[in-house]
Design a binder for this molecule. Structure first.
Ligand SMILES: *Cc1c(COP(=O)(O)O)cnc(C)c1O
Length: 461
C-alpha cells in the first residue's frame, strides 16, 4: 500500500512515512494510491463484534507491513481502553429513523480522541523502533490540542507543545491542556487568535533550521493516520443498523472535512452509504461550494460551535483530487488560485462532488433552537456542533436510516448549552475534578524567535 500526494509532485510513501510526514513536500495531502475494499461477507461478519475488532478489519489493509497484526491489535486496544463507554462509539435513537453516533466518550470528550489516541500509539511504536525523538507542535482552537496532549502525555521519545490563543478557548478546553502533569507536555498560551497560532506553526515548519533541529512533527487534521482512524465508526454504526444488507446515510458536522472524508473512504471501501451530508455552521464555505461550484474564502465569524469555525477546509483537497480524476497538476493550480481568494471548480469535477456529497447550513439561531428542541422533544442534550448536525439532518430524513455524528459532549461547551436550555451539563464522573486540578501554562508573545527559543530550551532539558 503506497500513498501519493494530491499535487502529484512528491514521492510516494509507505503508510508509516505518510503518517510521520503529514504534509507532502509539494504542499499536497497524502491519499492511498488505491482504496482497498471489503466484501459484503467481511462487512456482515462485523455484526456483534467489538469496536476494536472492527477497527482492526477496517484499518489493516491500509497499513501495509508497518506493524505486525499483533502489534496493531495491541495498539488499538491501548488506544481505546481509556474511553468511558465500552461500546466506544455507541449509537442511540433520537427519532424515527434518525440516530445519533456518540463520539464523545474519549478522554477529552470530542471525536478527535478516536484518531489522536491511535496516532499516539502508532507514533510511539514507530519512534521506539527508529530510536528517534520528535517534537510535536500543534496549534489549536481547543479540541485538537487537548486531544493531542491527552494522546502523547507521558510517552517516550515525544515532546508535545500546543499553542492556543490566550483567553479564547473554553475553560474546559483550557484545563484539559494545562492540567496534565507529565513533563513532556507544554501548553503555550499565545497572544492573538487561532489564525495567529496557525501562522506561527506554519513559520516553524517553513524554517528548515528549526524544523530539523527539533525534529518537528505535526498531527493536524490532514494527517492520513487521523483520517484512517475515523473510517472505523462509519462501519461499526452502519453494521449495527443492518449493513451490508441495508443502506444508511450520515450527516457530519464539518469543519476541516476530515471526518466526512473518512465517511467517503468507508463508502469507497464498500460500505453501502446512500447520502453523505456535510453540515456547516455560519462559516459555510463548504455548503456554498457544493451549492455554487465556487470555492471562495470569506472571513471567519466566531460561532457557538467554534471547532467548525474555518475559513478554508484543508481536507477538501482530497475530495477535489478525486473529483478531478486524480489530476495533481490541476489540484495544485486550483490551490494556487486559493491564495488570491478562490477558484471555480470545473463542470465535471463539480458534478462529481454534487453526486457524492449533500450539504446544509445551520445559523446561530437554528443551532441554539435545535439544542432547545432536542432536549424538550427528544430528551437529548446536544453540544452545539452536534446540534448543527441534527438540524441539517432533519432536511434529509427519509426511508434510509440517518446517522448524525455527535462530535462533542455537551459539557465541553457549557455556555452555549446553558443559553439554550438553562442546564449546566456536568462533566462525566471520571473527570469531575477537572476544575480542582492545578494548571501549568506558559504565556508567550507572538514572536517567532521567542517561541522557537523557548521550545529549543525546553527540549534540551
Ligand atoms: C474538529 C471538530 C469538528 C469538525 O471536524 P472536521 O474533521 O474538521 O470536519 C466538529 N465538531 C467538533 C466538536 C470538533 O472538535
Amino acid at each position: 500500500m503506497r500513498y501519493i500526494s494530491t499535487r502529484g509532485q512528491a514521492p510516494a510513501l509507505t503508510f508509516e512515512q505518510a503518517m510521520m510526514t503529514g504534509l507532502a513536500t509539494d504542499g499536497g495531502l497524502y491519499v492511498p494510491e488505491t482504496v482497498p475494499t471489503l466484501t459484503a461477507d467481511q462487512i456482515a461478519e462485523m455484526a456483534g463484534q467489538s469496536y476494536e475488532d472492527i477497527a482492526f478489519t477496517v484499518m489493516r489493509p491500509f497499513i501495509g507491513d508497518t506493524f505486525t497484526d499483533q502489534e496493531f491489535r495491541d495498539m488499538i486496544a491501548r488506544a481505546y481502553a481509556g474511553f468511558g463507554h465500552v461500546a466506544r462509539a455507541p449509537l442511540v435513537q433520537i427519532a424515527p429513523n434518525h440516530f445519533l453516533l456518540e463520539l464523545f466518550h474519549g478522554p477529552t470528550l470530542a471525536f478527535k480522541d478516536f484518531a489522536m489516541q491511535l496516532i499516539g500509539q502508532m507514533f510511539q511504536a514507530s519512534l521506539t523502533r527508529s530510536g528517534n525523538r520528535i517534537t510535536i507542535v500543534g496549534a489549536t482552537s481547543g479540541d485538537t490540542g487537548s486531544a493531542a496532549i491527552e494522546a502523547f502525555r507521558g510517552l517516550d521519545n515525544v515532546d508535545v507543545f500546543i499553542l492556543f490563543p490566550h483567553g479564547r478557548v473554553s475553560e474546559v478546553q483550557r484545563r484539559q491542556m494545562t492540567t496534565p502533569i507529565e513533563a513532556n507536555v507544554h501548553a503555550l498560551a499565545m497572544d492573538g487568535d487561532f489564525d495567529d497560532c496557525q501562522a506561527m506553526l506554519k513559520d516553524m515548519f517553513n524554517n528548515t533550521d528549526f524544523r530539523e533541529g527539533v525534529r518537528l512533527a505535526g498531527v493536524n487534521s490532514i494527517n492520513w493516520g487521523r483520517v484512517l482512524a475515523q473510517v472505523v465508526y462509519y462501519f461499526s454504526s452502519a453494521v449495527s443498523l443492518g449493513a451490508p444488507h441495508r443502506e444508511v446515510s450520515f450527516t457530519v458536522p464539518t469543519g476541516n472535512f476530515g471526518d466526512i472524508f473518512a465517511g467517503y473512504i468507508a463508502k469507497q471501501m464498500g460500505l453501502p452509504i446512500k447520502d453523505l451530508v456535510v453540515a456547516t455552521n455560519q462559516n459555510d464555505i463548504l455548503h456554498r461550494t457544493l451549492e455554487t461550484g465556487a470555492y471562495t474564502k470569506e472571513g471567519v465569524t466566531p460561532s457557538i460551535s467554534p471547532s467548525m469555525d474555518i475559513q478554508v477546509s484543508s481536507n477538501f483537497e482530497r475530495a477535489l483530487f478525486d473529483a478531478y480524476g486524480r489530476d495533481g497538476e490541476t489540484v495544485a493550480a486550483q490551490m494556487d488560485d486559493l491564495k488570491s481568494g478562490g477558484f471555480k471548480i470545473s463542470q465535471g469535477a463539480y458534478q462529481y462532488l454534487r453526486d457524492t456529497f449533500l450539504s446544509g447550513r445551520a445559523s446561530e439561531d437554528e443551532t441554539s433552537a435545535a439544542i432547545t428542541r432536542y432536549l424538550a422533544e427528544h430528551g437529548e442534550l446536544l453540544c452545539p456542533h452536534s446540534a448543527v448536525g441534527v438540524d441539517v439532518a432533519e432536511d434529509h430524513l427519509g426511508d434510509t436510516p440517518m446517522i448524525t455524528l455527535a462530535t462533542a459532549h455537551p459539557a465541553k461547551f457549557p455556555d452555549a448549552v446553558n443559553a439554550a436550555t438553562s442546564i449546566s451539563p456536568p462533566l462525566p464522573a471520571r473527570m469531575a475534578d477537572l476544575y480542582d486540578r492545578d494548571e501549568r501554562v506558559t504565556r508567550v508573545v507572538r514572536d517567532f524567535d521567542a517561541v522557537s527559543t523557548l521550545i529549543k530550551d525546553r527540549i534540551a532539558q
